[in-house]
Structure formats: structure tokens, C-alpha cells
Design a binder for this molecule. Structure first.
Ligand SMILES: Cc1ncc(COP(=O)(O)O)c(C=O)c1O
Length: 428
């Protein structure tokens, strides 16, 4: 770290291990806990240029600190260790400006620099074209299930939904309140293990939009390519909550992409919407002001108080993803992790099983079962003892599920695979 950074003046860097477990007051830098007043940050310039003088986030550690578990939760999910450590070091006094990000005015120059950098880094990551707005919202992806039809349709407009899992189904059901949605394909009868062939889809030629859930978090099915709306003026909409920023995406194929942040890019509380600008300004009259995308686009996501700390965390994650070489590199890592896990399942002679059709298996959420279901509770318990947690499948489907988002290191998947082999050897 350069000797002149604000951080080096106000927060003496703690060793990484100590910092990761620094509930212990003695492990913290003196002025992070001291009851005496912190030094006045008189000579430090923060705000708009502060990020330029900050050391870049280092790419994710291959191994986590010993005091952390491998967290396979579906979301909120594991975050990059370097991001957490950076957030920890900046928690008390953001880059020498004398306050935490949690205490800043959302209209002040410091937070403006944070949200602007988050947006520009996300634009760089996904190569978002200029004719798309990026919005940082609240309410989770669930709120978008209503916002999408409210913003794009009149009550009598037909729209199409491809339902490949529970989240697509929820989106469809919510849309029934605001327009005339039609399920043109559902994988329910096959327990949501497939993605349809696009040629066979019976799309409504008048549908205002075609909605997909790009990755079904519960069932582990992922679109590898995207359908084109049949209606010439139709718009493709994707819920990308659980594979957002896990691989490059051609944003120009979509009218709207939305995602809750809490899987791949930050904590819960932030929802990201990427919307083509010509779609703004057509909301139904009954649309609450907070659900009208134009409200947020016109105000650069600052119409009301945004989830400031969550946006800051997302910004750190975007920086980390760029430092890793961008989404092509991130995708390669995700492919490698998924490959070894699916190989372990498929190579277990049926001891472990993944029900999802091979060509559409998710790189992010890997559901699997045991041929002897009575062993599943034992599997989850033993894994937790080995610091691999949150492996229980969703309550609606049972079994196990390993969510292996961007921030799950390869070492975590390798450890899980080794554990699976050992478990099989003991229980086959
Ligand atoms: C694909 C998908 N869509 C929507 C949601 C709902 O998101 P939220 O809880 O942010 O409303 C989830 C949550 O897990 C999800 O995985």
C-alpha cells in the first residue's frame, strides 16, 4: 500500500488474518475503536477522486482465511474475501473523509463518487450500451415481477412467459395483476429440469414482451442462449438474479435485465435494473412512483434514499471482478468449478444424482440428491462440521444444493468434491 493513501494515515492496515476476525478489539487498528476522537482528516481530499488514489482490490484469494467457512448458500451468499476486508478497513472512516459510507448523505460528493463509479464499472463489465440506463433500486427481484408489466404494458396487453422454475412462475403470477400474461412453455411437469427448444415455442405474435428467468436458483437450470421475441416490437426481459455478472452477456438482446444483488454482486437490499432507455416513460397510471423506472432513471437512482451501503459493496465487487480480468475470466473460473462438481456427481455410479438435463445445467446452483435419501441429513451435518455450510436444498425440492457463485473459490468446490468422495466411500 502506498504510504500516502488516506487509509494508511487513518487506519493502520491490520494483517489480513487478524482483520478477518477482528471482533477482538486488540486486533483492530487503534483509532478504529479508540474512544478518543479520531484525527481530523484536514489534509485529505476524498470524494470524487478518492477512488483513484485507493489501491485496487486484489483478485480473490485462492484460499479463504482459516476462520471462514465455505458458504454454499443460494443468497445472501458468499462475498469475495478481499472485498470484505476492504469494506472492513473503510467501515469507520471512508477514505479519510471522517465518516462511514453508512453515515454519508446520499446527495453528498462522497456518495456521488461511489455510485457513479459503481455504475461505470458495471457498464465496463457488461459492456452496457449507452442507450441503456442502469438503476440501483430496492425491493428485491420480487418487486420487479410487478414493475416490469406495470412499466411496459396496458392492462389488456398480452405478454409471454417461459416458466423454467419457481421464480419464473412467481413472475408470471404477479404479472396476472397488471396485464394478460400467457405461459408459452412450462417445465413443471418435468420438475423444472429442462429449457425448451426455441423453435418449438408458440409465441404470441402480439406479445409486448417475452419473460425468462435466465437461471433458476432453486432448480439449477440455466439458459445457455436466449430466445428472440417473435413480435417484431417485442422485448426480451430476463430475471438474472442468480447468474448476474457470472459471464459475459450481450445486453443489447434484452429490453430489461434485472437482478437482486445478493448472489453474485453484493449484499441483499440492492436490485439492479438495466433498461433500454426508449422503454422508459410508459408506465400504467396506477404505477407507484417508486416502481416507475422513469422516476429512477431521471434521478440517477437518487429519487429517494437509496441503499447506500449496499451500492458501495456492489461497487467493490465490480472493482474486484474487473481486477480479475472481467467477465470472460470470471466465466472460465465458474465453468471449471461447475465442471468438477458435475463430474463428481455423474461419476459417482448413481450415489449422487443431478436431475437437470446436462446441456442446461447451471454454473451457479448445483442441485443434487443421494440415491439413499435417508443419508442426506447426515451429509449436510458432516459437511458443516468440515466448514462447508448451507448445502441443504430448497425446501420445495429437498436434497442438496451447492451454490457456487463468483466468490466461491475453486478450493471450496475441490473440498466439497473430496468430501463427497469420502462420504461415498464410507456409505456406499
Ligand atoms: C432467480 C430469482 N429471482 C427472484 C428472486 C427473488 O429475489 P428477492 O428475494 O431479491 O426478491 C430470487 C431469490 O432467490 C431468485 O433466485
Amino acid at each position: 500500500m502506498a504510504a500516502t493513501t488516506p487509509q494508511s494515515i487513518f487506519l493502520k492496515p491490520t494483517p489480513a488474518k487478524a482483520a478477518a476476525s477482528s471482533i477482538n478489539p486488540s486486533s483492530l487498528a487503534p483509532n478504529t475503536l479508540s474512544t478518543s476522537k479520531p484525527q481530523k482528516p484536514c489534509s485529505i481530499k476524498c470524494a470524487a477522486t478518492a477512488h483513484q488514489i485507493q489501491d485496487p482490490i486484489k483478485p480473490t484469494h485462492p484460499l479463504p482465511s482459516e476462520d471462514r467457512v465455505y458458504n454454499f448458500a443460494a443468497g445472501p451468499a458468499t462475498l469475495p474475501e478481499d472485498v470484505l476486508l476492504r469494506a472492513q478497513s473503510e467501515l469507520y472512516n471512508w477514505r479519510g473523509c471522517g465518516m462511514s459510507v453508512m453515515e454519508m448523505s446520499h446527495r453528498g460528493k462522497e456518495f456521488s463518487s461511489i455510485i457513479q463509479k459503481a455504475e461505470s464499472d458495471l457498464r465496463a463489465l457488461l459492456e452496457i450500451p449507452d442507450d441503456y440506463a442502469v438503476l440501483f433500486l430496492q425491493g428485491g427481484a420480487t418487486t420487479q415481477f410487478a414493475a416490469v408489466p406495470l412499466n411496459l404494458c396496458s392492462p389488456d396487453d398480452p405478454v409471454d412467459y417461459i416458466v423454467t422454475g419457481s421464480w419464473g412462475d412467481k413472475a408470471f403470477k404477479e404479472a396476472q395483476k397488471y396485464c394478460k400474461p400467457n405461459v408459452i412453455w412450462s417445465g413443471k411437469s418435468e420438475k423444472y429440469t429442462k429449457i425448451p427448444s426455441f423453435d418449438d415455442l408458440q409465441q404470441n405474435s402480439d406479445a409486448k414482451y417475452l419473460h425468462i428467468c435466465a437461471n433458476e436458483t432453486i432448480h439449477g437450470v440455466e439458459f445457455k442462449d436466449y430466445p428472440i421475441p417473435k413480435n417484431k416490437g417485442g422485448i426480451l426481459i430476463a430475471d438474472m438474479s442468480s447468474n448476474f455478472c457470472s459471464k459475459p452477456v450481450d445486453v443489447s438482446k434484452f429490453g430489461i435485465i434485472y437482478a437482486g444483488a445478493q448472489k453474485n454482486v453484493g449484499p441483499s437490499g440492492v436490485t439492479i435494473v438495466i433498461i433500454r432507455k426508449d422503454l422508459l416513460g410508459n408506465a400504467q397510471g396506477i404505477t407507484p412512483v417508486m416502481l416507475d423506472y422513469k422516476t429512477h432513471a431521471d434521478n440517477s437512482s437518487l429519487y429517494n434514499t437509496p441503499p447506500c451501503y449496499g451500492i458501495y459493496m456492489c461497487g467493490l465487487v465490480f472493482e474486484d471482478l474487473l481486477a480479475q480480468g472481467g467477465l470472460k475470466e470470471v466465466e472460465k473460473k465458474n465453468q471449471k468449478k461447475a465442471e468438477i462438481l458435475y463430474q463428481a456427481i455423474d461419476g459417482s455410479d448413481g450415489f449422487f444424482r443431478c436431475p437437470v438435463e446436462k446441456s442446461v445445467r447451471s454454473l451457479m446452483n448445483v442441485p443434487f440428491t443421494l440415491a439413499k435419501p435417508e443419508l442426506e441429513a447426515e451429509f449436510i451435518k458432516e459437511a458443516a462440521k468440515e466448514s462447508m455450510v448451507q448445502l441443504k436444498g430448497h425446501r420445495s425440492v429437498g436434497g442438496m444444493r451447492a451454490s457456487i457463485y463468483n466468490a466461491m473459490p475453486l478450493s471450496g468446490v475441490e473440498k466439497l468434491v473430496a468430501f463427497m468422495k469420502d462420504f461415498q466411500a464410507r456409505h456406499a
